[in-house]
Design a protein around this ligand. Structure first.
Ligand code: PLP
Length: 309
């Protein structure tokens, strides 16, 4: 799949993202080689993997959606990426947001409002129906012209955009690592692996078995690749942090100038360091780490770097 360069340019998306050698001063790190695929750098505010998952909708100027409806929480990297794209391409968008932030909108929600996104707060019970057919059919009646995109942009269609990450990466790696929440990013990477390569997901929430089932639902039947999810690095659950994680993020950012946030990339790099120290990788393993972005979710001000949005 090719991203049409006129649309990508209109959106200020810079592809391919850079690949950076990473040689940290960590116990055991001299036994492996590490490269970071910097999808956090494809855009100053659009989160890397959220763009990848949405790119299928914005690859062909002759078949753009007419209107978009999607779902997320108050800090959603997905709604933010989608809102940005819809604003730039002048597509009407409705965001169904879990909870009610009317009195205390997050920076993410203030960006959406500024970008002309219609924000509708929905109760948790209603939000929980977001995958139900009855509910989705009713939404289709309310928004007949709209493309309805699931939470996180995670659906079968999204995998092609994620696969593109490995298409633009030199193939000389043994293992690719990424954070896992809905599983679509990991599934996209798995389906782009060569048979001798392996993918390791780092769970950012408590979900032994559950996260594996999410990934499997995206994989073709009988699809065989070597992959797994490591569950020891969620630090208490989704968006939960810990003292060691906060300290690690602070030190690593300062020492290696890699921006990290506690929800996704911080947990990923924390896990990388711990697994290396644990001799998890055989000597000489070439590791590719996917930095998925997500830095907007960690900020406390709205973005100011786009004059014309
Ligand atoms: C949403 C998100 C993820 C999780 O991706 P899934 O495809 O839902 O597993 C990882 N990193 C960042 C920065 C994200 O915003």
């Amino acid at each position: 799949m090719h991203i049409n360069s006129t649309i990508a340019r209109q959106l200020d998306i810079e592809l391919p993202s850079p690949i950076q050698a990473f040689a940290p001063d960590w116990p055991g790190a001299e036994r492996v080689s590490i490269h970071i695929k910097r999808d956090d750098l494809i855009h100053p505010v659009v989160s890397g993997n959220k763009w990848r998952k949405l790119s299928v909708f914005f690859s062909d100027p002759t078949s753009l959606p007419h209107e978009v409806v999607s779902f997320g929480g108050g800090f959603s990297n997905h709604l933010h990426a989608l809102g940005y794209c819809c604003n730039k391409l002048k597509l009407p968008m409705t965001a169904l947001v879990r909870g009610d932030y009317t009195r205390h909108p997050t920076p993410m929600l203030r960006d959406l409002a500024r970008w002309g996104v219609r924000i509708q707060y929905v109760t948790k019970p209603e939000y929980n129906r977001r995958h139900d057919n009855d509910y989705l059919n009713a939404l289709h009646q309310t928004y007949p012209a709209a493309t309805i995109i699931p939470e996180g942009g995670s659906q079968q269609l999204a995998l092609a955009g994620v696969q593109q990450i490995l298409r633009e990466t030199p193939q000389g790696f043994d293992v690719v690592m990424c954070p896992v929440a809905s599983g679509a990013t990991l599934a996209g990477l798995i389906t782009a692996l060569r048979p001798e390569q392996r993918a390791i997901g780092i769970a950012v929430l408590k979900g032994v078995g559950y996260l594996e089932s999410l990934v499997e639902q995206f994989l073709p039947d009988d699809f065989r690749r070597d992959w797994c999810i490591e569950h020891h690095f969620h630090h208490g659950g989704y968006a939960k942090s810990s003292e060691p994680l906060s300290a690690f993020i602070e030190t690593t950012q300062a020492q290696y100038q890699i921006p990290l946030e506690p929800v996704y990339s911080g947990k990923l790099f924390f896990a990388l360091k711990a697994l290396i120290a644990d001799n998890y990788f055989v000597k000489g393993t070439k590791i590719l780490v996917l930095h998925t972005g997500g830095l907007q979710g960690a900020r406390n001000t709205e973005c100011t770097d786009h004059k014309n949005v």
